[in-house]
Design a binder for this molecule. Sequence first.
Ligand SMILES: Nc1ncnc2c1ncn2[C@@H]1O[C@H](COP(=O)(O)OP(=O)(O)OP(=O)(O)O)[C@@H](O)[C@H]1O
Length: 438
Amino acid sequence: MTMGEEKESEIQEFKLEKDSELRFEIENNNETVVLEVKAGMAEIFGTELVKGKPYSFTTGAKVAVFTYHGCTIELKGRKNISYISKETPMMSYLNCHACLEKLRQKAEQEGGRGPVTMIVGPADVGKSTVSRILLNYAVRMRRRPVYVDLDIGQGAISVPGTMGAILVERPASIEEGGFSQQAPLVFNFGSVKYQSNLTLCNIITSRLAEVVQERLQSNKKANASGIIVNTAGWIKGDGYKLLTHAAQAFEVDVVLVLDQERLYNELVRDMPNFVRIVLLPKSGGVVERSVSYRQEMRDKRVREYFYGSGGGAAAAAQGVRGASLHPHSFDVKWSDLKIYKIGAPALPDSCMPLGMKAEDNMTKLVAVQPGLNLLHHLLAVSFASSAEEDVINSNVAGFVCVTAVDTDRQTLTILSPQPRPLPDTLLIMCDIQFMDNH
Ligand SMILES: Nc1ncnc2c1ncn2[C@@H]1O[C@H](COP(=O)(O)OP(=O)(O)OP(=O)(O)O)[C@@H](O)[C@H]1O
């Protein structure tokens, strides 16, 4: 911080009326804002703030502090980064939560499955935020909902290029934004572009749905709490087909459509009658994100995957997001590795052997010869130990990154969350790259 900026930093106090929110965004590098609730009650995207506790936010944070009953908030940081809005859709979101809660109560009484809710809409309408709010509200009511994230662009549950599910047992962290990540169920797509392999995308979505349903069978409480499925903002053409496939795979009961009447009408037309489709307004506070910002956030996610984001010893001990992690770096011989990628180059149907379709190629395992081609790429560590197994339908144990390639010694240097040796399973090459400049 330069001297000039330091002068601008000050303590401001805001009095919020009921049903209003204070919004701020931190754009400058290395800038911090510290927030504290002085009186009353407030929450950030559904997580309650503790009165008198300082919360720090850094570059990239886009935050709304909402209050149902009124509160006083202190902000320490640069001037003019915040404003108060009285126009928020929080009441609509709260009503949705109340309806879901009724369905959960019914499920609990009948020993059945709670509501499966899918949240859809174009990019930058607040889908992830609404998912977070609904999950937080559920968990604050002692529910144990499952969070499914199908948005491969952000990789909220693991790294970008994955789809995953977690059981939510406590509200999202205020400063990190995410839910605690114990035992996530992760499937690797290997790219942030759905278009690169729509067949694979549908297979993984179906498999994820199947495994989540299986696991819910043995957890009554979670089963009655239901599932919140967050989706990507690609809603036209093939993107729409992926959404309807996901709705079918997860057997959704409710679809919340954010801010798009056209999508709402299409879904009303195409979904079975028993699925409730609800159109919801978006918040005026949702911030549009540029392509470069999204890329930065992806890098940040991968960095956090390996190094954590520094949440202190307690967080580290629990293995939760926000912890400081200490990844391992070691060399492995090319000859000891079984590296594959999914999907052979596309061929027209006419060139395929009799009885095979071009789509079959998209799910083929292709051996990858180690070399400089792997530099900076993420490799998914599969649970499958041979190519004969059903690799595509297996979830992954985690990821490593190739940080150096030595062509003379024929070794790779691997960055890994686990110490050596690598498990004797297949490694799947991803398109996702990460420059480890830690
Ligand atoms: N009421 C609000 N005030 C300020 N910022 C907000 C508010 N609601 C959401 N945001 C911020 O706006 C950004 C975009 O929101 P979000 O990620 O929920 O959108 P999305 O629709 O899921 O986006 P995508 O389509 O890329 O997945 C986030 O950084 C979030 O923190």
